[in-house]
Design a protein around this ligand. Structure first.
Ligand code: 26Q
Length: 768
């Protein structure tokens, strides 16, 4: 984008006057933020409008989550005006950095939502016509605070800074019909700017409003009383993001949210297609839809419903839908696979349910074994099966994950329709996750190989011959990033972390399968060893955690309490705190991740093999030159393929081993056979920690008793984890070690979301 400082400041001043009745001298931070953002938006409108008018086939990325993070810096960078705006503001005595206080848009939980955000940015940067469709939650993912080491949740009022990067498009409002009420859906469009290429795609988020307040003509006096109730319910649909990650909650309000977003999106798309004179049978030539897990799968029966109302037969509608939809699976965890009660669904959405029944009948027509192939069975609707049956392509998100889908989770479907299944390994946008979050490292790379890697990440391989040369600069920058992070943690958490320590970081949602508990156990073990004087040469290390637990997930919350207790024990013990620090940062989010990822020495990716579909945090660390301490799970496998297993620190049972171990696994025997492990486990129940809620006792019990004791093999992998982690800590700091870091960076090319979206475009969407 062209940038003229004078024009820009004039625009800002005009907006300040019109919208806030103030000027540059008197504006507060919020007013300035809104005016600066709107001034940029205003300049970008022509390109945006041009993009909306294009006649090319487009893909809609349907997702219940878009974890966008902070927009302003990313947008300025992609438009090529980051320095220009910074200088312009500086010339009037304002610091662009002040906008670091602006709230993240946290309209997502974790990996799946952040992936959607990375894909939108990458598609725009690659010039691919991809638009996001989702929900404009009034409150995003809860804000986390610790009280006495226990997690507490607070509402995330992300709009308190305003929303200058969205425009409300009332003319595109649609009515979504439920059996008990009609709801108005109003879209808010957010521009998605490609990196230095004038492309502008759209993220359209729907907000629910009462129909009556919008249009009094449709007000039916006969139903006046009911309308009052509807008005109350209407806004509720988009009130809040469900805070679950990798667990399904069967709440009717969640089902309403899902239908609300897909119905509004499809009605809008079909209406415009029709207005442009489109023939419905040719819809797949202009549109396709990527279903981000099962959350938007009601789009399938909804499109069928709409097409049938437009006069297509079921078979015609079915063939159109099949060519339009594709489905991504993000998890094999049984508790995350969406199932809905058929009665509840048919009560709420009778016309939609009718189409699901028709799909089931269509499936039966194929004459397959009904025990293997079903959409509705025993009064339950299986959303993944519906998605697979009606989609053209089904994809997993890393090679090992897609293999497990084919071999186990969806085995029958794969055997019946092998051509449907493809792998698209996840990726991350290198703009936000290197250029923006680690500008000093980016500059080192630019100086050696130029900037082509910004949009062609495989170019990083060309850095390999220079590793020796850039080693000192790399170390210096890593050190500076660690200083900065330490200061930030000191300010936010009140915990002192010497920047000279090794920074060992585990950041991701809290889940038993991700095994933060295993990490905690290793720390406790090192603590005891140091206390006993058995590890007087322990390399000083800071163990840093960031994670939110779903509010109703008891064991996850117990792990948070445990780690906070360990932190208290370790940091408060002068014998040990010279060699170790532990901190669990509060309210971990995208912006915190940006600061942590560039300052890490160790990336903890230690899920039980077979459980983490892909992981994307692992890629972010790798791209910032960090070695992985991990299991052979998810994309870790491909990280090792690309960067060399010898340049990372791999431990633990493999997928095959996990399956074997689980037959007749006796964790108590494993614990009793290993005194180090026994001591750590005992600490949960012998008064080492204070816990008036008894959470740690129950955590301990989950390892040794119940239906499936130690389901995630913490005890089984403990010894190998300790062995490899020790080796890593003692190898740290040598030139060989930093060479490993840089070899990982050089090999990160595959994990660009630019590659991922290009694969989707070529193999699935056919929009290239
Ligand atoms: C479902 C029904 C009702 C309420 C909530 C949910 C729900 C919400 C979020 C179920 C699952 C999720 C999130 C899943 C997720 O984030 N999966 C992660 O996806 C990443 C991107 O592909 C992978 O890298 C991770 O491995 C995977 O865990």
């Amino acid at each position: 984008m062209k940038f003229d400082k004078k024009v820009f400041l004039k625009d800002v001043e005009n907006i300040l006057r019109a919208d806030f009745a103030c000027d540059l001298a008197t504006a507060n931070k919020k007013e300035l933020y809104n005016a600066v953002s709107k001034a940029v938006m205003q300049e970008a409108y022509p390109d945006w409008i041009a993009a909306k008018r294009q006649q090319k086939k487009r893909c809609g990325y349907f997702s219940a989550e878009f974890l966008m993070g902070r927009a302003i810096f990313n947008n300025l960078m992609n438009l090529g005006i980051l320095d220009g705006v910074r200088d312009a503001l500086a010339s009037v005595g304002e610091d662009l950095g002040q906008f670091e206080e602006v709230e993240d848009a946290a309209l997502g939980n974790g990996g799946l939502g952040r992936l959607a955000a990375c894909y939108l940015e990458s598609a725009a940067s690659m010039g691919l016509p991809l638009d996001g469709y989702g929900i404009r939650y009034r409150y995003g993912l809860f804000r986390q605070v610790f009280a006495d080491g226990y997690q507490k949740e607070e509402g995330d009022d992300w709009l308190k800074w305003g929303d200058p990067w969205s425009v409300r498009v009332e003319r595109d409002a649609a009515i979504v019909h439920f059996s008990d009420m009609d709801i108005l859906a109003v879209p808010y469009d957010m521009p998605i700017f490609g990196y230095h290429n004038t492309v502008v795609n759209t993220l359209r988020l729907w907000s629910s409003e009462p129909v009556t307040a919008f249009d009094f003509e449709t007000f039916d006096t006969m139903k006046g009383e009911n309308k009052a109730v509807e008005n109350f319910n209407a806004t509720k649909i988009c009130d809040v993001l469900y805070p679950n990650d990798n667990t399904m909650v069967g709440k009717l309000l969640r089902l309403r949210q899902q239908y609300f977003m897909v119905s509004a999106s499809l009605q809008d798309i079909v209406r415009k297609y029709k207005a442009a004179g489109g023939d419905f049978k040719a819809l797949p030539e202009k549109f396709c839809f990527q279903l981000n897990d099962t959350h938007p799968v009601l789009a399938i029966p909804e499109l069928l419903r709409i097409l049938r109302k437009e006069g297509l037969s079921f078979e015609e509608a079915f063939l159109v839908a099949k060519r339009c939809f594709n489905f991504t699976n993000h998890t094999i965890m049984a508790e995350a696979l969406e199932k809905w009660d058929a009665l509840a669904l048919s009560d709420l959405l009778p016309d939609v349910y009718e189409q699901i029944v028709a799909c089931q009948e269509r499936l039966e027509l194929e004459g397959l074994d009904p025990n293997k192939f079903f959409i509705i069975r025993d009064g339950t609707v299986h959303m993944a099966n519906l998605a697979i049956f009606v989609s053209s392509k089904v994809n997993g998100v890393a090679e090992i994950h897609t293999d497990i889908l084919k071999r186990e989770t969806f085995r029958h479907w794969y055997e019946q329709y092998p051509e449907k299944f493809v792998n698209i390994t996840n990726g991350i946008t290198p703009r936000r996750w290197l250029l923006l979050n680690n500008p000093k490292l980016a500059a080192i790379i630019d100086a050696k190989i130029g900037g082509a890697w910004h949009t062609d990440l495989k170019q990083l391989a060309r850095l390999k011959p220079y590793i020796g040369e850039i080693l000192p600069d790399f170390k210096r920058v890593k050190g500076e990033n660690k200083e900065k992070l330490a200061a930030y943690i000191k300010a936010r958490e009140g915990v002192e972390i010497p920047a000279g320590f090794i920074f060992d970081i585990q950041i991701k949602r809290l889940h038993e399968y991700k095994r933060q508990l295993l990490n905690a156990f290793s720390i406790l073990h090192f603590y005891f060893e140091i206390k006993d004087g058995k590890m007087n040469d322990f390399p000083p290390t800071a163990f840093i955690f960031g994670a939110k637990a779903a509010p109703g997930y008891y064991m996850a919350k117990a792990v948070i309490k445990l780690i906070n207790e360990i932190a208290k024990l370790v940091n408060g013990d002068p014998d040990v705190s010279r060699r170790m620090r532990v901190v669990f940062v509060q309210d971990y989010d995208v912006s915190y991740a940006e600061k942590l990822v560039c300052a890490a020495d160790i990336s903890e990716q230690i899920s039980t093999a077979g459980m983490e579909a892909s992981g994307t945090g692992n890629m972010k660390f790798m791209l910032n030159g960090t070695v992985t301490l991990g299991t052979m799970d998810g994309a870790n496998v491909e990280i090792c393929e690309e960067a060399g297993r010898e340049n990372n620190y791999i431990f633990g049972a493999t997928v095959e081993e996990v399956a074997n171990v689980k037959r007749g696994y006796d964790p108590l025997a494993v614990i009793n056979a290993d005194p180090a492990l026994k001591r750590v486990c005992d600490a949960l129940v012998n008064g080492t920690f204070s816990d008036d809620r008894g959470m740690l006792v129950r955590l301990h019990a989950s390892l040794i008793s119940g239906h499936e004791p130690d389901r995630y093999l913490v005890a089984y992998d403990f010894a190998d984890y300790i062995r490899v982690k020790k080796r890593l800590l003692y190898e740290f700091g040598t030139d060989e070690f930093y060479t490993k870091c840089l070899l990982n960076l050089c090999a990160a090319g595959k994990f660009s979301a630019d590659r991922s979206v290009t694969d989707y475009a070529n193999l699935i969407w056919h929009i290239n």
